[in-house]
Design a protein around this ligand. Sequence first.
Ligand code: ITT
Length: 232
Amino acid sequence: MLRYVTTNPGKVREAERYLPDGSVERLDFDYTEIQADGLGPIAARGAREAYRHAGEPVLVDDAGLFVEGLDGFPGPYSSYVEETLGVERVHEIAAGLDDRRAAFRCTLGYCDGEGFAASPDPVDRGDRDAAAAAGPDGEGVADDGAGESDGDGAGESNADGAGESTDALPVKLFEGYVPGRIVAPRGDGGFGYDPIFEHDGETFAEMDTDRKNAVSHRGRALEKFAEWYADR
Ligand code: ITT
């Protein structure tokens, strides 16, 4: 059974459309969200922690809203900003900007304790520092050997460093992106920043789940994941 690791039921509603019936179940586990510039290291670290907790295959979903005119803020801090400022304040701040373009990004981190064969999607090993510390033999470091691809390396990181144990597990990352712009809140559907994110004339909160999935950051990442996972 695949466990979709999130405290947010809205994410699971979207994810279920991409995976065979009964093949995925939510794991309501609040993994440590490290501070990092990108979503990849957060998802990778979370997937390792969740896999160690659950002992079965896990998929962690880290997402964020990146506002162009704010140099990508709130980005990886989207959750904290939603809780503290709130979505309407983010719209008010963006309303004062010349550039209200924005994007949602989603990174899925998959971990099942095994290694990965080559594919275009990056793998986060999280073990570079650990391997260096362990010496040339890399003793105690999980590695599944040759024939793997890190893609362009963009998703790869061990930025968190501290607390990452030497038996760091590889995590496969799947990324999705959707462009749009920040508008005054409209619509009752979705969750989080959906009411203030407009894509093709509609906010995500005005779309039903299937329509949002067809264009969204999470839909794009899930599509890649589901295709790859079918052969896993
Ligand atoms: P988990 O970490 O437990 O999965 P979360 O809701 O905190 O739950 P994220 O850290 O990935 O998930 O989300 C960061 C913020 O972005 C958070 O405020 C979400 O509500 C928001 N968010 C994520 N995906 C979104 C989406 O598809 N539409 C609107 N807002 C979204």
